[in-house]
Design a protein around this ligand. Structure first.
Ligand SMILES: Nc1ncnc2c1ncn2[C@@H]1O[C@H](COP(=O)(O)OP(=O)(O)O)[C@@H](O)[C@H]1O
Ligand SMILES: [Mg+2]
Length: 330
């Protein structure tokens, strides 16, 4: 006979189990619970809940106006939400702001800087804001890593847009936060700088930082992120690993090139056509249920003379467009 529920042993066991779970599950880097924010008639965030684990490279994607920057401002404590809880490394943003802020570095979407300071002064000033003293060694390392060393004494107003972006990243890192959030850091940045920026961010990730990235460039998210949330009109509409998200699309596309201009597509395929130009036809195929051979036979039967066939996998952009109904990216 076991112990009846309610016995001291039962409670002890339950308590131990709880304690074990608590000590063995590391805190989430970021935790959002039911976060809502309204601007007059616009519901910018609607009951957003999501957890980002420590050490993840997480992508926050969504069309313009989806609420990504609003969410990031709320996380940084720069914006008061109407409802919900936000925490960074277990510190509640509303009630334990100092600790939350110490753990978080944010690279904002908009460049706002004092044009009268030099790069080094800007970083020293930022260190002071976080109460970090004698930070010169770390500032030098940041300048070095972000290829800003020769600009240390240059006034901010004399820097190019790309250089300013690098300073924003350095600024977000002066207090060595565990979690780094980058809000569209590569918008309008040239390819070379983008690549060196990613090298640096990847290194931070390897060294154990949690990275949250918002980007317009979906191929960038596809390359870098482990897990992705898609947010649309203030709501999370997908939250999955990149692989699951890519597999979730309808499947793939079939590209067929014919020897002549394609005049007619068999009726049963007409609503799957994504492109029909000259002698090229692109259509969606369902990975599980379609036989490419059968489709090709039917196209041939409709007097199409085919000289090239290719199956294209879904990109993150295809999935994104299908989920949000909007065209994002370049
Ligand atoms: N201060 C504000 N006052 C009123 N509306 C705002 C304000 N900030 C953002 N919005 C609106 O909230 C929505 C979400 O904006 P934002 O968070 O910047 O989206 P995203 O970063 O995903 O492009 C948009 O419709 C935007 O116009
Ligand atoms: Mg934004």
């Amino acid at each position: 006979m076991g112990e009846p529920d309610g016995s001291p042993n039962f409670f002890l066991l339950t308590f131990c189990k709880r304690a074990c779970i608590l000590t063995h599950s590391p805190e989430n880097a970021i935790s959002l619970r039911g976060v809502s924010k309204r601007y007059d008639s616009l519901q910018a965030l609607n009951n957003v809940s999501l957890d980002i684990k420590q050490g993840e490279f997480f992508g926050l994607l969504g069309p313009n106006g989806a609420g990504k920057s609003t969410l990031i401002s709320a996380l940084a404590g720069l914006l008061r939400v109407d409802n919900g809880e936000l925490s960074v490394m277990g510190a509640n943003v509303q009630t334990d702001y100092r600790r939350a802020r110490q753990n978080l570095g944010v690279v904002p979407q908009e460049i706002v800087m004092d044009p009268f300071f030099s790069v080094r002064e800007t970083l020293q000033f930022q260190s002071g804001y976080y109460g970090v003293r004698n930070n010169d060694e770390w500032i030098d390392e940041l300048l070095e890593q972000l290829n800003l060393a020769d600009k240390a004494d240059t006034n901010m107003r004399k820097l190019s847009g790309g250089m300013k972006r690098r300073v924003l990243i350095a600024q977000a890192l002066v207090h060595k936060p565990k979690v780094l959030v980058l809000d569209e850091p590569t918008a309008g940045v040239d390819v070379e700088l983008r690549q060196s920026m990613w090298r640096f961010v990847r290194r931070l990730h390897r060294e154990g930082h949690t990275i949250v990235l918002t980007t317009h460039y979906l191929e960038e998210a596809e390359e870098l992120c482990d897990r992705i949330a898609i947010i649309n009109k203030g709501e999370v509409i997908a939250l999955e690993t990149k692989e699951d998200l890519l597999a979730r699309g309808l499947g793939s596309k079939l590209l067929v090139r014919a020897t002549h201009t394609i005049e007619t597509v068999p009726k049963e395929y007409q609503d799957r056509v994504t492109r029909l130009e000259g002698n090229e036809l692109e259509m969606i195929i369902h990975r599980d249920s379609d036989s490419v051979m059968e489709i090709l036979d039917r196209l041939r039967a409709a007097s199409m003379k085919i000289d090239f066939v290719s199956v294209l996998s879904d990109s993150l952009e295809d999935v994104f467009v299908r989920l949000t109904g909007e065209q994002e990216g370049q």
